[in-house]
Every structure is written in structure tokens, then in C-alpha cells.
Ligand binder design. Structure first.
Ligand code: AMP
Length: 160
């Protein structure tokens, strides 16, 4: 299955955290890294005052289920020392599943497509860089079926 994972870090050596995470991800059985986007530095959205993030998006091919993929991402987050303390607070490493094929999953602890991805330029920009023709076909809302480029434009306009 083709999947996209968002990666972010705003504590410590952010570039090194991201480099390590990509390496660990690629070493996981059942996960092959296909593309890694450029990285961008972004201001934090929500949460307490905190440092800037470095963000990017990774395209993978995986034999794992979405839930198993989430578990592996959480394992990698923990191995880089992420402690879940403050909600939306600073983190050494954040890995989120953006898309898992065309699946729509609405479970208490797993929502795919990632619910806030369309509003986040720091997600959409790198996603479009590595997958320029991706369309928002998964959405059940008609207005969200526009090509994601237009959604990005909207995100820019609303300064999200
Ligand atoms: P965060 O602290 O922002 O990384 O949120 C982590 C929590 O979000 C975890 O408990 C996950 O179970 C949950 N979650 C829900 N949907 C997703 C998703 N698509 N990717 C990663 N985590 C998710």
C-alpha cells in the first residue's frame, strides 16, 4: 500500500532527529521509503509557546496495516525520546499518517486521512512536492474534492 507520513521536530538537533527517523523508518520490515520531501522550517501552530519546527513528508510503500504502521511510527517516536506530556507541546519527533492508500479510517485513536492535513501548509507543500498530481479523491465532502493545489491556496489565504 502507498502511504504518506508527515514528520516534524522542534526540540534538540531537529535535522538529526528527522534524519534518524527516516533511517529507522527505512529499516522497519514491511516499510520501503520511496521519496522524502524537502524540509521546511515552520512556526508552531497551537499549543504553548515553543520553538520552530522542521517539517517534511515521506512517501512509503508498506505491507503493514494502517494500525501496525501507526504502532511502528510510535515506536520510532519513543526511540527518539519523545515524551507525551503537554498537548500540542514541543516534541523531539512527531510522525503522523497522512494517507494510507485511499482508505478512510475513523477510529478513536486513528483518523485517516489526517484530519488537519488540508489546512496545514507545512504538510501540503511537501506532500505536493513529492506527489504533484495527488487529488483529494478520498474526501466525502464535495467541496473538498478539488485538487489539493487549490486547497493549499486556501490554506495560504487563511494563514493556517
Ligand atoms: P500527536 O501527539 O499529535 O502525535 O497525536 C498522537 C495521537 O494521535 C496518537 O494517540 C494516535 O493514536 C492519534 N492519531 C489519530 N490519527 C492519527 C494519524 N493519522 N497518525 C498518527 N496519529 C494519529
Amino acid at each position: 500500500m502507498r502511504a504518506f507520513v508527515a514528520i516534524g521536530s522542534n526540540i534538540g538537533d531537529r535535522l538529526q532527529n528527522i534524519a534518524k527517523a527516516v533511517k529507522y523508518l527505512g529499516l522497519e520490515p514491511g516499510i520501503t521509503i520511496k521519496k522524502v520531501s524537502s524540509l521546511l522550517e515552520t512556526d508552531p501552530v497551537g499549543g504553548p509557546p515553543q520553538g520552530k519546527f522542521i517539517n517534511g513528508v515521506i512517501k512509503i510503500e508498506t505491507a503493514l496495516s494502517a494500525r501496525e504502521l501507526l504502532k511502528r511510527l510510535q515506536k520510532i517516536e519513543s526511540s527518539l525520546g519523545r515524551a507525551r506530556t503537554v498537548k500540542d507541546g514541543p516534541r523531539t519527533l512527531d510522525l503522523d499518517i497522512l494517507l494510507y492508500g485511499k482508505s478512510i479510517i475513523n477510529e478513536p485513536d486513528l483518523t485517516i486521512p489526517h484530519p488537519r492535513m488540508l489546512e496545514r501548509e507545512f504538510v501540503m507543500k511537501p506532500l505536493l512536492e513529492i506527489e504533484p498530481n495527488i487529488k483529494n479523491k478520498w474526501s466525502s465532502q464535495k467541496k473538498s474534492r478539488k485538487p489539493v493545489r487549490r486547497l493549499i491556496q486556501r490554506a495560504r489565504n487563511t494563514n493556517a
